[in-house]
Write a protein that binds this ligand. Sequence first.
Ligand code: PA5
Length: 357
Amino acid sequence: MNNLDHLDKLRELDPQGMLAVEESFYQQLQQGVEIAGQSDLSKISGKKYSGVVFTGMGGSGISGDIITALAADSSQAPMVSVKGYRLPRFITKDWLVVASSYSGNTEETLSCVQQAMDMGATMLFITSGGRLEQLAQNYDSVSAITVPAGLQPRGAFGYLFMPAYLALAQLGLLAVKQSHIEEGLEIVKQLSSQYNRKVETGKNFAKQVAVNIGDRLPLVYGQEGYLAPIAYRWKCEINENAKTPCFWAQFPELNHNETVGWERLDKLTKDFALIILSRPEGHPRIRARVEATKKLIDNNLGKVIEIPVKGQSSFAQAISTLYTGDIASVYLALYHGVDPTPVEKIEKLKAELAKLD
Ligand code: PA5
């Protein structure tokens, strides 16, 4: 029996309960929907925006990446996601600036917010507190959505993502169908019972993903559109929860460069596990590329793990595939006896930078 089927061991290895956070992802998404419904957007409603710019880093910034990708199929408003200190020059005061920071204290995000305030832009903040919450009290054109505190930012995805996504729908900047939200939540609900710790590895796909990665170096291949930020999220979750190096790329772009790179170092790459987010429908040329790529590089790899993307709507596909990666990365941590919660290196870095102030 491995760690994953040993309930006492799981509790012991995970004192801060990251697995429980993942097991209740469905409930958190539901709460995210409720928070969105209770939000007061009156200060930012009724305006005509030239576009939407998201600013946020890491676990808080991923929402902007996913919304931007989902919006590409359903919104006429340009949307961009900024991961750094500066807003691009083309952002003017007519853009809506959505700042997402779970702590409310992330310096890159605050720097973009300062620029937006200097130009008099309208803003939406999603935060659990910190400096961002304070700034909202002194600036007129901002609505702030406050979400429950006390989690790791990556474990608060449902709180950060749903209110941002649904607020944009409420503002008329994004077309969101209720039936798609229902479909996504229903699939997550089903998956969360299948992925529950009590379901043994033989029947638990999320545990199987972790076991199949094992000691191999994971590499995640997404595809153009919303499965690109989902692949990136898988990578980040494996990094942060399992404290494991992980890289990602997306079809079709990877076929124009990365595919060639499998020619050398095969002794090393035999220890890689390639995770492919695989959509049964979707662009036929992408499907053909996935199959052709597997044939080309299969001999150089230790393992190929295909993740079947579930659901019909893009929202359901994105959210359920994200969920599988989130919980599988926690199982990967626990499989190796690693506590999934702490992110000491991020904290050390932030502390080092704070000394420079
Ligand atoms: O997962 C993490 O802890 C990080 O990626 C943080 O999300 C990131 O450093 C930004 O912090 P915050 O989410 O508080 O804005």
